[in-house]
Design a protein around this ligand. Structure first.
Ligand SMILES: Cc1cc2nc3c(=O)[nH]c(=O)nc-3n(C[C@H](O)[C@H](O)[C@H](O)COP(=O)(O)OP(=O)(O)OC[C@H]3O[C@@H](n4cnc5c(N)ncnc54)[C@H](O)[C@@H]3O)c2cc1C
Length: 575
């Protein structure tokens, strides 16, 4: 904690007008007395005196408050002590945002203005309300999501990052927070004198950039994602002795789908992801082949909905938390999942939804420029860095095609370097047509990138590539190189348990024989069960899966029936 960074809590400006919030009526609806009467069984009345705090930025939120009488002022407070009014809420209005579904820390302060009577609904009862009161639940859920969206748009409630907007650390942490739908604010010392002063005072060495100021005033220097997440209360310690019904490893489409179906059917579900929800799909600028979205939807938007939905049903999603290994040696019938923070997560069954990790091709000096001009992802953050520049994109599959089309809207020119002699065999027709129609995408077939060169400060400056048909190398001045060259299954963490994988490393399911398994003679393993009873696999990580968002989501839904079968009929809801 840096002393002296927290100032008083006097509001700096007046409360913004309703017009400052798009979809105000949906974001801050007023409930009728009849609706409040229906909600009473989920909570308990609480009274507050003038000035008393109902919830505090950075502290776990107690749940959702419904204002019965009086007014509550909602304000945003950053790590510098700046207080900005957000809104006043009165009788019939409710106070919460999406984080309260899982008891996450509050992103804003709320204090009573005069005497206030409220109905406090704690997180688990709020989830029960959303499920039991469908119409009301839908309105509340929509408001909770829209409120988070407003906080993200305004950069309110989260950490303040201080550092040059194009520095590797800023891009890394902005990417992490953005992918996880977490509000934050960036102060660039180039444009902001206060930020320049702070940087000079607390983090003069570039290696410490960015400084991150949490709402409680804690200052971190160029933190790892997990350190930042802990400081922000995004991850919590595991409850002691808790054994979940199912642990899901990975929160891509397959893991999120498993979580939604399993949690909605009453199973106690824990989900871990090492990076962000959405998995590979989160990198997709526009998914056009997922059923029900005729105009397409970005992978982030699709999976953000699933992430919220999983929490609505009570799944505990832990990000960023990497599962390092699976321990099958406990004698009590539950598995142990060793987490990167040293904790052991216990669960009676495991769903492997760890998908695939991008490949790193053989390119000289590649590792030196990762995060400093070499990208495996093309989101608006990376696109901003390419404005009016030439970029190289390597790959000829659908993910490369989508990224090329997306980047062509930002970069001056996209040089697409493809090993093969054409796109027909590897890319969908609709993407080929879009690429052909984009005047600033240049296709370079039978070619490969061979080496990278950069500046003293580590930024990429030049890319060497050559035609596979001639030995000559060509050097281009390029500051951003995108690699979309496929992915390998993320199964290293399964090594210790004897889970069967195929020659390429994908998890084999449905093939367990009775010699390996412990089921009675004649009982077949579920189509999604691995060689280890109680361990299931879904999505891209599974041998023979279709490697599509739709397939991953379908398998997540399907595996829940097998989980019920394994865990016993007691866990199965009456249909
Ligand atoms: C750029 C791009 C565009 C695409 N576009 C489309 C499209 O338009 N249509 C389509 O149908 N498909 C598309 N795909 C494919 C689609 O995204 C995948 O098929 C889908 O994401 C697979 O989902 P999954 O949940 O099985 O795995 P993944 O999406 O790979 O998710 C796995 C998750 O597991 C996590 N993880 C891995 N190991 C661990 C561990 N040890 N501990 C904790 N967490 C771990 C990862 O961080 C990741 O979040 C695209 C893929 C890419 C890369």
């Amino acid at each position: 904690m840096v002393a002296g960074t927290t100032m008083g809590n006097e509001a700096d400006q007046g409360v913004p007008a309703a017009s400052a919030f798009p979809r105000y009526e949906q974001t801050f609806p007023t409930l009728t007395p009849q609706e409040i009467a229906r909600m009473r069984r989920f909570g308990a009345e609480r009274s507050y005196k003038d000035g008393e705090r109902l919830f505090e930025t950075g502290q776990p939120g107690p749940g959702m408050f419904v204002v019965l009488s009086g007014h509550v002022a909602i304000t945003q407070r950053d790590g510098f002590g700046h207080v900005t009014p957000i809104i006043d809420q009165g009788p019939g209005q409710f106070l919460a945002e999406i984080g309260q579904l899982s008891g996450r820390v509050a992103l804003v302060d709320g204090h009573a203005e005069g005497e206030v009577e409220t109905l406090l609904i704690p997180p688990e009862r709020l989830r029960a309300l959303l499920v039991a009161e469908a119409d009301l639940g839908e309105r509340i859920m929509r408001a909770l999501i829209l409120r988070r969206v407003s906080l993200i748009r305004g950069g309110a409630g989260g950490p303040v990052l201080i550092g040059p907007s194009d520095s590797a650390g800023v891009i890394r942490l902005q990417g992490f927070l953005t992918r996880n739908g977490y509000p934050h604010h960036l102060l660039d010392p180039v444009a902001d004198t206060d930020a320049a002063e702070l940087i000079a005072r607390y983090s003069p060495s570039q290696a410490d950039w960015p400084l991150v100021v949490a709402p409680d005033g804690t200052v971190l220097r160029n933190p790892r994602e997990a350190e930042l997440a802990r400081a922000m209360g995004m991850i919590r310690a595991l409850a002691k002795d808790k054994v979940y019904d199912v642990a899901v490893v990975g929160s891509g489409p397959a893991g999120l789908s498993t979580a939604v179906y399993a949690a909605s059917e009453g199973l106690a579900v824990a989900v871990c992801d090492t990076r962000a929800f959405g998995g590979q799909a989160g990198a997709s600028a526009r998914i056009e082949n997922y059923l029900g979205f005729p105009t397409g939807i970005s992978g982030h938007a699709l999976t953000a909905r699933a992430f919220n939905q999983a929490q609505k049903f009570g799944a505990e999603v832990m990000i960023p938390v990497e599962v390092k290994s699976l321990d099958c040696s406990y004698g009590d019938g539950a598995f142990g999942l060793k987490l990167d923070n040293g904790e052991m997560l216990r669960a009676r069954s495991v769903v492997v939804a760890s998908g695939a990790r991008y490949r790193r091709p053989e390119i000289e000096n590649l590792a030196d420029f990762e995060g400093r001009g070499v990208w495996y992802w093309a989101s608006p953050i990376e696109a901003r860095l390419c404005t009016d520049q030439d970029v190289i994109l390597v790959g000829g599959g659908n993910s490369a095609g989508q990224a090329a089309v997306f980047l062509s809207g930002h970069a001056r020119r996209v040089h697409m370097v493809i090993r093969g002699g054409g796109l027909g065999a590897s890319m969908s027709r609709y993407l080929i047509e879009r690429i052909e129609a984009a005047p600033n995408i240049e296709l370079i077939f039978n070619a490969e990138v061979v080496g990278l060169e950069g500046t003293k400060d580590g930024s990429l400056e030049r890319v060497r590539w050559r035609s596979r048909l001639s030995p000559d190398e060509i050097t281009l001045n390029i500051r951003n190189l995108f690699l979309f060259v496929g992915a390998d299954p993320a199964t290293g963490w399964l090594d210790g348990c004897g889970v069967l994988v195929d020659r390429a490393g994908f998890v084999v399911t449905g093939a367990r024989d009775n010699a390996q398994g412990n089921k009675a003679e004649g009982q077949l393993a579920s189509a999604l069960e691995t060689s280890v009873p109680g361990v299931f696999a879904v999505g891209d990580v599974r041998s023979g899966s279709v490697k599509r968002v739709g397939g991953a989501i379908g398998e997540g839904a399907q595996v829940v029936a097998a989980l019920h079968g394994f865990l016993g009929d007691a866990a199965k809801p009456a249909l």
